[in-house]
Ligand binder design. Structure first.
Ligand code: NAD
Length: 498
């Protein structure tokens, strides 16, 4: 059986000892590899390599870094299908969906290719007599990223291209559920000409994470995952003096007004709810039907949910694959049972689905629940599976209040034909990313990605301008070049310009 090694200082590194964890194929339920689990000593040796690489990489020219980013971008494009299949085999999502995440991740590399422009400082001439001021930004040093299972390529790509392009060296601790994409990307960076030690991968779970959070040689930590772990990472890393960006979980609402094109809305809500088996932080898990929209909307949602083709992710025609683990499958199916017991109407029941030839896969079908209330567990918990809950309200203002009372604030969408309603909605909701007739409003790479409330702990979204700010420190230089023989008096008062 294959063992997936770390990637440190430009080479595959087997784990120390026998500490490994199995990696499963979610479509078959079979163990397909083992991944090594790093510990404090693995993290320490990786920090040593990354710190050494920082000495030269931080001195590399913008031209050199930009050339590496362009080459890396081309390699991601050339290997999209291959990487998509690697992701699908460990995550379970369809190959096309995996290619989609690679494309969205590649866009961050494209943003980083414009580094020369992005990192331009500013210059103020003659702020005082004979004095000029300019500013520029410098990298932090060794930085780390800790990422979730659901986007094994895209979420790390939100981080490392920007960290590396700005002159830092990077340690990625990917999810232990689907670790292979990280090693594949490491190989592409090497082919792109990135010096050894600039991009490293340490596999593992809590032990490796704790070693990262406490290591004095790591300047900053980027985290994406569930809210309890985001809070833990934020607290531990800030206590240890690091910069932290920590993105957490989500419960995303799609509000449908009676004036919306209901067929259009249902189509997009179905894709947003059940795409990637609901395992997206921007998945739509709640449809809020306003007024008269409810009955017709539920009728169309039911039809569309029943039409979804569930199967293995590498089979052409599959629209929705299995869940990532058996535990996830059981958790989601139990949640549907509980919702039914608590009084929700089970319109489509996805429990117990068997896919021919893949009877041991972690499949569950799309489930649609109607008449869900905010007291039910199906509403209160992030289910992270193919379950769409419909809540009925009377007005748009009630829908906004409902969204604002939810602890999460990652994404939300409004389906309407009214510009006035859209404006009221986008100004009123306490949510970071908003779609107007767009179901999964993931911002482009030149904007930044991040939610509000429990979906983002601390104050830093990822990539785009916020990513540049996060991975660099600003310097402001005040300069005077007196001409030979110039005499100026140096006053003892606090300096002011004149
Ligand atoms: P997770 O929180 O279980 O794991 C995330 C990372 O933390 C992994 O690398 C994991 O190894 C590590 N980890 C897990 N338990 C830990 C512990 N006790 N101590 C230290 N480290 C630990 O999340 P997941 O199940 O891999 O991913 C799904 C979650 O991620 C969902 O909640 C989803 O909403 C969220 N997510 C959020 C965004 C966003 O942008 N806000 C994006 C993607 C995923």
């Amino acid at each position: 059986m294959k063992t997936i090694p770390h990637w440190i200082d430009g080479a595959a590194v087997p784990g120390t000892g026998t500490d490994t964890e199995p990696v499963f194929n979610p479509a078959t339920g079979q163990e397909q590899a083992h991944v090594v689990l790093g510990n404090a000593s693995t993290v320490d040796s990786t920090v040593t390599a990354a710190a050494k690489a920082f000495e030269t990489w931080s001195e590399s020219s913008l031209t050199q870094r930009t050339q590496v980013m362009f080459a890396f971008r081309q390699l991601l494009l050339a290997h999209e299908e291959e990487l998509g299949r690697i992701i699908s085999a460990e995550h379970g999502k369809t190959v096309d969906d995996a290619r989609g995440e690679i494309v969205r991740g590649r866009e961050v590399v494209e943003f980083a290719c414009g580094l020369g422009d992005i990192l331009k400082g500013s210059y103020s001439d003659q702020v005082s007599h004979g004095i000029d001021v300019h500013n520029f930004r410098q990298p932090l040093g060794v930085v780390a990223g800790i990422t979730p299972f659901n986007f094994p390529a895209m979420v790390p790509l939100w981080m490392h291209p920007i960290a590396i392009a700005t002159g830092n060296t990077f340690i990625l601790k990917p999810s232990e559920r689907d670790p292979s994409a990280a090693n594949f990307v490491a190989g592409l960076y090497q082919k792109a000409g990135l010096p050894d030690g600039v991009f490293n991968v340490v596999h593992g779970g809590k032990e490796a994470v704790d070693a990262i959070l406490t290591h004095p040689g790591i300047e900053a930590v980027s985290f994406v995952g569930s809210t309890p772990i985001a809070k833990y990472v934020h607290e531990q890393a800030t206590t240890n003096g690091k910069r932290v960006q920590a993105l957490g979980g989500a419960k995303n609402h799609a509000v449908v007004l009676p004036d919306a094109d209901l067929e259009f809305a249902a189509n997009h809500i179905t894709a947003g709810a059940y795409g990637s088996a609901g395992e997206r932080c921007m998945a739509l898990s709640v449809a809020v039907a306003v007024g008269d929209a409810a009955d017709s909307l539920v009728t169309i949602l039911e039809r569309k949910a029943r039409e979804i083709n569930v199967g293995p992710g590498d089979q052409p025609g599959t629209e929705m694959g299995p869940l990532v683990t058996k535990a996830a499958q059981e958790r989601v199916e139990n949640a549907v049972t509980t919702a039914h017991t608590q009084g929700a109407t089970l319109i489509v029941d996805g429990r117990g689905l068997k896919v021919d030839g893949h009877e041991n896969g972690y499949f569950t079908g799309p489930s649609l629940l109607d008449h869900v209330t905010t007291e039910m567990e199906a509403y209160q918990q992030e289910l992270f599976g193919p379950v769409l809950a419909v809540i009925r309200v009377d007005t748009l203002d009630q829908a906004i209040d409902l969204i604002n009372a939810n602890p999460y604030g990652n994404g939300t969408a409004l389906f309407t034909a009214s510009g006035e309603a859209a404006r009221r909605f986008q100004r009123g909701v306490k949510v970071g990313m908003i779609g107007i007739n767009v179901p999964v409003p993931v911002p482009m790479s030149y904007y930044s990605f991040g939610g509000w409330k429990d979906s983002l702990i601390g104050d830093s979204p990822v990539h785009g301008p916020e990513g540049i700010r996060f991975y660099t420190r600003p310097k402001v230089v005040t300069t005077r070049w007196p001409h030979t023989g110039q005499h100026t008096t140096a006053g003892f008062d606090f300096p002011t310009s004149h």
